[in-house]
Design a protein around this ligand. Sequence first.
Ligand SMILES: Nc1ncnc2c1ncn2[C@@H]1O[C@H](COP(=O)(O)OP(=O)(O)OP(=O)(O)O)[C@@H](O)[C@H]1O
Ligand SMILES: [Mg+2]
Length: 420
Amino acid sequence: MNAAGPSFGAPKKTHIIVIGNEKGGSGKTTTTMHLIVALLRLGFKIGSIDIDSRQRSLSRYIENRKNTMTNHGASLPLPQHFVVQRSPFNVLDEAEADERERLTSALKVLMAENDFIVIDSPGSDTYLSRLAHSYADTIITPINDSFVDLDVLANVDGNTLKIVKPSIYSEMVWEQKLLRAKRDGGSIEWIVMRNRLSNIDARNKRFMTQVLNELARRIGFRAAPGFSERVIFREMFLQGLTVLDVMDTGGSASVSLSHIAARQEVRDLLKTLRIPKVDERVAEMRARETGHEASNSEQPAPVTAEVKPSAPAPTPTPTPTPVAAKPPVIGGAPVSAEKEALQVSPAAYKAATRPTEPETEAHESMREATNAPMTSAGSAIRSAAAAALRNASGNLPWRSAAEPTTPETPPSKPSLEKAS
Ligand SMILES: Nc1ncnc2c1ncn2[C@@H]1O[C@H](COP(=O)(O)OP(=O)(O)OP(=O)(O)O)[C@@H](O)[C@H]1O
Ligand SMILES: [Mg+2]
């Protein structure tokens, strides 16, 4: 083995995705968990690694998921998870060799069994993080939609919005691309995704788009559409759940427009990855959903203000991957895996999740409707939002309870296709 770390040989079956950004709080763990669950729910076997062993947010998210399974009888697909600790050695060379050994042995174990390995990294520059980046096939860098966060990627002239030069993180990614090419001749696809996009800050959003597009050309990444600022992306950490769990197992659990839009944003991220085996599975899933919706449309649409998700896809059934009760720590003793397969019932889901925040959810629905484009899909979103809001009007502080309600028309089912 050399200082660049071992090559795993080619052709390598397992696709490695590293979520990285040296800036803290940019949404790495949130993106990692949603990506893991999205891939699991497409039926893939997933290995995950937490190299942020100080915060362990991803590991906590997965532990919480497992607790929901045991406490509420829920069946949730799980990744095979490892935590890779930093080395306790003080001498730099020894510490780096130790960390290299820890990371590559975790990769080796996970590569034997999984289609994807998804790695969550810390919001700081560490040797482990750099090394993990060099093993990536895809790097995803979430950035908050602000010029403060963009500064990690490039120095931008405040007057002209011209890019002065790439910044530290971009240079680090470039170095890891070189290292990867030298190690096994492979290449790394780099995707930058905007996170916590606001619907109201149109000016900042426009400037960010302009600079990011220019930067993408200059330093070689692809820009993903990204995630909006949504309650649903942050509210289920304690239950270890994501919007995809709610949508796929929802049944009678209530689902808002914000859920549908959030799921679409996760699907758009999958599409941006341009990984053929993912695209194939998504196409199969869409075909099933379309078939299901077509057979539903033969029935008269129910008069309801609640937007229901489509039924869970029958196949492929995600195999719950065994997960250790506590994730095995590389450098510590592995813990035996558990194999339980139970079903999430709506009651279990409701019991496991906190009550939603009606005001914020309602606001999100309204924003969704306000921003929906003037297409038939957009009009479906608006009419469903209107019906939902009419129904919820009693709880809304800005509507008087005495205000007369208009007769309900059956809401059309919102399209799962992103309206353009
Ligand atoms: N799209 C979003 N909408 C709403 N809240 C979000 C969104 N993305 C992230 N958050 C929230 O922002 C905070 C930071 O997110 P997260 O922990 O994923 O960032 P991180 O990059 O992993 O942070 P660190 O660098 O500390 O590891 C969390 O409270 C998370 O719930
Ligand atoms: Mg994190």
